[in-house]
Design a protein around this ligand. Sequence first.
Ligand code: NAP
Ligand code: MG
Length: 399
Amino acid sequence: MAKIAMKDPVVEIDGDEMTRVLWALVKEKLIFPFVDLKSEYYDLSILNRDKTDDKITLECADAILRFGVGVKCATITSNAARKEEYGLNALYPSPNATIRSILDGTVFRKPITVSCVQPTIRTWKKPIIIARHAYGDIYKNAEMLIPEAGKVELVWTGSNGAEKRILVADMKKPGIVQGIHNLDESIRNFARCCFRLARDEKLPLWFAAKDTISKTYDGRFKEIFQAVYDTEYKDSGVLYTYSLIDDALARIVKSEGALVWACKNYDGDILSDMIASASGSLAMMTSVLVSPSGVYEYEAAHGTVQKHYYRWQRGEKTSTNPVALIFAWTGALAKRAEIDHSPDLFDFAKKLEETTLRTIESGNMTADLAAIATCPVERPLNSWEFIDEIAKNLDSVSL
Ligand code: NAP
Ligand code: MG
């Protein structure tokens, strides 16, 4: 059978530990036999980032901007223990944070669902995609311990000397205070990314905050979302709803799912973990970074699965779940296909996704899923057996 040709490349970003092992395996067994893969390869393994003084991360972010579509393996975020383990020269920021700030992107997390793994919340029939604003609020705060009674004020001094001043509290006793901020432009870009994804996924978009209490701060978020909708997305087919966050949570828990939920930074931090665990497993969660200019980077939501890697180094064939990695590849290939108008490549990506899900639903899965699956499972498969099973099933569907 002739392999599917690609017009433009995807930016391929290799990573670390167990996910690096599976990365190569997924390509060898599930992509190379079917697609004449065109990729711009960047090795973001911890040793290569160290060797290049992290320049490789900047180069790779630049390549994603140029080519429009990237696919990324999980990478180690260096810390003191990793410095010791790998003999690193320096500690660098998390590659994800670096890439996110260069792309000015928003991260969307979406559970991958199979019929034999029930979400903890019974009503959820379809995935809920969480969009987390990744700038400002308490993550860029200024905070202070107040040692004794005194006045706390909020002061803005404009570049021309203008001033605004309001009382935060006339404190009679010791306590605490914090200042947070956000930028109209960042909120607007976030809103655009959310509307764009909702349009692409053909899902309604909900944005929820607490503007009844925070009339100016959360009120500004609400205003900007509404303005982006009114001026740019009114005719896009996206159904947009603003809701108070407590009301949204209560309604979403009772819903069937199938929506994009845009969250402020802190809300998204909390709720993305809640959605991940309530949906089944971290290994069944994809993550895509979308920039306001329409650049996409796909990855698995989980890390490098370090503990499995050490077992693999000792010779064990681990039962590490490769599904989120497979879906990172299919997400990137399908997006490439969409941009390049390549229906064959698009069909392949969708068939690989379908085949992966059907393989699990026929009782063939890794240990993390076998432990929670409702269908009969003879025995959990190791990653190699599982991927071989998908490859076999993929061969038998007409491509
Ligand atoms: P992790 O790699 O997500 O793994 C945590 C645990 O979750 C694993 O020990 C495993 O549990 C389970 N798990 C995660 N993915 C799995 C999979 N595909 N199949 C089966 N089980 C899976 O998180 P971590 O151990 O906290 O972090 C390891 C490294 O990853 C760190 O160096 C961190 O910096 C990096 N990290 C990278 C990214 C990224 O690049 N996007 C994200 C997060 C973390 P059991 O051991 O119980 O089987
Ligand atoms: Mg969190």
